[in-house]
Design a protein. Sequence first.
Length: 240
Amino acid sequence: MINAKKIILDVLFPPVCLGCFKNLEEKIEEKPKEKQCLCDACLKLIVINSAFSCPVCRLRLADNKVICRHEGVPRYILGAAANYDNPVINSLIHYFKYENFQNLAPFLSELILEFLGRTGFDTSGFILVPIPLHTSRERQRGYNQSKLLAEILSEKLKINLVDGLKRIKKTNPQVQAKKSGDREKNVKDCFEVINANQIKGKNILLVDDVFTSGATINEAVKVLRSAGARKIAALVIAKA
Ligand SMILES: [Zn+2]
Ligand SMILES: [Zn+2]
């Protein structure tokens, strides 16, 4: 039963807009397939960012380079295609993550590509590393949403994807850890580097779905750095 439901959801979008839930008009077939998840009005509401930012103080980084230093946080830049408080983005991410809408991956990857285009960031010489889920959570969900994005980005940007991280500790979902100190404790030592020979000396684009407190990505950056990674940029659909 579950598999049948999955297959159906994979093949078909429901005939409603995932932003406003209005029925989509009949001429929907004329739109590119990946845009068939939204009505024209909701599509227009999406705002794509045009610069990377500091993951800590959120300073806009016009030159795609780290310029500030914050104690206790490894240095990297944050590239968020959009903002999580945008209701259309928020809704798409919810369906992508929790409702098995794996077929949103091409559209959401497109947002990240559009963001990269706007910033002029040169991805050559970088590899993509998706943030992994714990095996038990991935089994439960059936897929890793970050890996789906990274696979498409790898194909479009023509750069390699390396499974460079493994989740070795089962963490509580970040939403449940309210205080920032709790969030850090929750994810501490939750990753280990795998395929270390493919990480050492490399520039890395770390792919995740959303950036909220930054605790998870900070932790991932920390272990990748200690495995010899050089420049690191986080790429996400949206930041909170
Ligand atoms: Zn709509
Ligand atoms: Zn800063």
